[in-house]
Design a protein around this ligand. Structure first.
Ligand code: FAD
Length: 250
């Protein structure tokens, strides 16, 4: 079981992964600018983020750190060529994208599965160039879609959350996140949602008063003495509110 926690920043999240013998992998992902802004040491910054989420704070309240603090920059990469004469790349060897949706094992498992299919075709007398070419296209298309979904999550986390909880889109979003984006119908479903989210993003950015815009809710709270926007506030993020509905509609 993996736990993902939001931290109240618009581009931040924390992971909490139980390992073995009571050990847990816990870390935070945050925008570089937010990190720099605080200008504190890693431990103070980490603890200040943990305090922003009650369930995470509760979950690690008695935890003892067993490894030194470790900081990483963006570790996504992409290899252009996934095949050659007699070889195919699979898993981490071909690409790694931001881990927010736990795509590493999905890419590793399905690329292995489809590589196996391609090799089997070749061993059965099929053309290697064709079989390996199909493999490369399938995997690249699938992981590209993962990459775009993840990019949308970072571009506008509020928008992503709205899609994930809105009954009209929830099933599609969940099915994408379930994995195996490499079969044509899953890929098509993912592409539809990506297009809808991109369109919704453009519409939000065209509405200066939309509360779905980055920083808008914090600004709203500071100018309204901390009172929450009502469901009827235009663009409040509630799909039933008129302003937001037009924002989210496909
Ligand atoms: C801390 C951490 C947490 C993660 N959490 C998640 C998660 O929650 N969900 C998720 O989907 N992904 C997660 N990932 C990513 C995921 O683990 C990888 O994407 C996935 O394991 C890749 O599988 P792979 O088979 O391509 O490579 P690996 O799992 O790295 O397997 C490669 C294997 O090859 C072996 N090897 C290397 N060189 C040689 C050699 N010369 N000869 C023989 N063997 C060799 C290695 O020892 C290793 O066993 C996490 C990664 C890390 C580091």
């Amino acid at each position: 079981m993996i736990f993902l926690h939001f931290l109240g920043f618009e581009q931040a999240w924390a992971w909490d992964i139980p390992l073995r013998h009571g050990l847990r992998s816990v870390g935070v992902v945050v925008d570089k600018d937010d990190f720099k802004k605080y200008g504190t040491d890693n431990g103070t910054f980490f603890n200040s983020l943990v305090r922003r989420n009650r369930s995470l704070a509760h979950s690690i309240r008695n935890a003892e750190r067993v490894r030194p603090w470790w900081m990483e920059g963006d570790y996504s990469y992409k290899i252009d060529k996934l095949r050659g004469n007699g070889w195919l790349l699979i898993g981490d060897a071909l690409r790694f994208v931001d881990p927010v949706f736990s795509t590493g094992v999905d890419v590793a498992s399905y690329s292995a599965l489809y590589a196996f299919d391609s090799i089997e075709k070749v061993l059965g007398g099929g053309d290697e160039g064709v079989a390996f070419g199909e493999y490369e296209l399938r995997i690249n298309d699938g992981v590209d879609a993962w990459y775009e979904i993840i990019a949308l999550f970072y571009k506008l986390q509020n928008l992503f959350t709205i899609f994930a909880v809105d009954r009209r889109f929830r099933e599609k979003v969940v099915r994408i996140l379930q994995g195996n984006i490499y079969i044509p119908e899953s890929l098509q479903r993912a592409r539809e949602i990506i297009n809808m989210m991109n369109n919704a993003h453009d519409r939000i950015m065209a509405q200066p008063n939309s509360l779905l815009r980055r920083g808008a809710i914090a600004q709203y709270l500071s100018t309204h003495n901390g009172s929450r926007p009502s469901a009827k506030s235009p663009g409040s993020g509630d799909p039933s509110a008129e302003g937001a509905l037009t924002t989210v509609e496909a």
